[in-house]
Design a protein around this ligand. Structure first.
Ligand SMILES: Cc1cc2nc3c(=O)[nH]c(=O)nc-3n(C[C@H](O)[C@H](O)[C@H](O)COP(=O)(O)O)c2cc1C
Length: 202
C-alpha cells in the first residue's frame, strides 16, 4: 500500500536540496524558466544530469520541445530569484538579471554553478517529466550555495578557515562572513550547520 500524500510530502520536505533555476529558449527565441530543487548529477561517462518538471507546469511544453537547457544552481543571495521563478502570472525574466551564457542560453552571471546541457532524453516520472541533460559546458564560482529544507531557504555555514582561504585567494563570490558568535563548533558541525534565510514558502 502506497504512503499517503501528506506523509510523503512531510518526509521529502525534511531533505535538504539544491535550489536551481532551469532556463531555455523556444524556437521563437522566447525565454522560459522555473525554479527546481529536483536537480541531480546522474552519470560521468557520458556526463549527464537530471531535473524534474511537473507535467502541468506552464513551462512543460517549452522544455520538452527544446534541444538544450541551462541549470543555474543558486547561491545564498538568490532566494528572491528562486521565489520569482516559482511565481505564476509574472514576467520571470523582467528583472533583467539573466543574460546569454553558455550555448547562448539564459544564465545568471553570479550563479553558484551553471550547467549547460543538450537534451539527452525525457523520461516519464509520474506527474513529472525527468529531463536528462548531457552536459556541454559548466561555469563554477566559490559562492555559498542556497539550500531548500523544511520549506525554507538556508545557506550552509562554512568553517572560518575555508572562508578565509577562499577570500585570500580572491575567489569570485568568496566573502569572509561575520562570525555569528555562539559557542565554538567543531569543523564538521560548523560545515553542516545552516543559516536560515527566509520564512517558509508554500
Ligand atoms: C524551492 C522550490 C523548488 C521547486 N522545485 C521544483 C521542481 O523540482 N520541479 C518542478 O516541476 N517544480 C518545482 N517547483 C515549482 C516551480 O518552480 C513552479 O512553481 C511550478 O512549475 C509551477 O509553475 P507555472 O506557474 O509555470 O505552472 C519548485 C518551487 C520552489 C519554490
Amino acid at each position: 500500500m502506497a504512503v499517503d500524500p501528506a506523509s510523503f510530502t512531510r518526509a521529502m520536505s525534511r531533505i535538504p536540496c539544491p535550489v536551481t533555476v532551469a532556463t531555455t529558449l523556444d524556437a521563437a527565441g522566447r525565454n522560459w524558466g522555473f525554479t527546481a530543487s529536483s536537480f541531480s548529477s546522474l552519470s560521468l561517462d557520458p556526463p549527464l544530469v537530471l531535473i524534474c518538471l511537473g507535467k502541468a507546469a506552464s513551462t512543460h511544453a517549452a522544455f520538452t520541445a527544446t534541444g538544450r537547457f541551462m541549470i543555474n544552481i543558486l547561491a545564498e543571495e538568490h532566494a528572491g530569484v528562486a521565489r520569482r521563478f516559482a511565481a505564476a502570472g509574472i514576467d520571470r525574466f523582467g528583472a533583467g538579471d539573466m543574460e546569454p551564457c553558455e550555448l547562448g542560453l539564459p544564465g545568471l552571471p553570479d550563479a553558484l554553478v551553471r550547467v549547460a546541457c543538450s537534451m539527452h532524453g525525457i523520461l516519464d516520472g509520474g506527474d513529472h517529466s525527468i529531463l536528462v541533460g548531457r552536459v556541454e559546458a559548466t561555469h563554477v564560482s566559490h559562492r555559498t550555495p542556497l539550500v531548500y529544507c523544511d520549506r525554507s531557504f538556508a545557506a550552509p555555514r562554512r568553517p572560518r578557515a575555508a572562508r578565509e582561504s577562499l577570500a585570500a585567494r580572491g575567489a569570485p563570490g568568496a566573502r569572509a562572513h561575520a562570525d555569528p558568535g555562539g559557542p565554538p563548533r567543531s569543523g564538521k558541525e560548523s560545515e553542516l550547520s545552516c543559516v536560515s534565510l527566509s520564512t517558509r514558502t508554500a
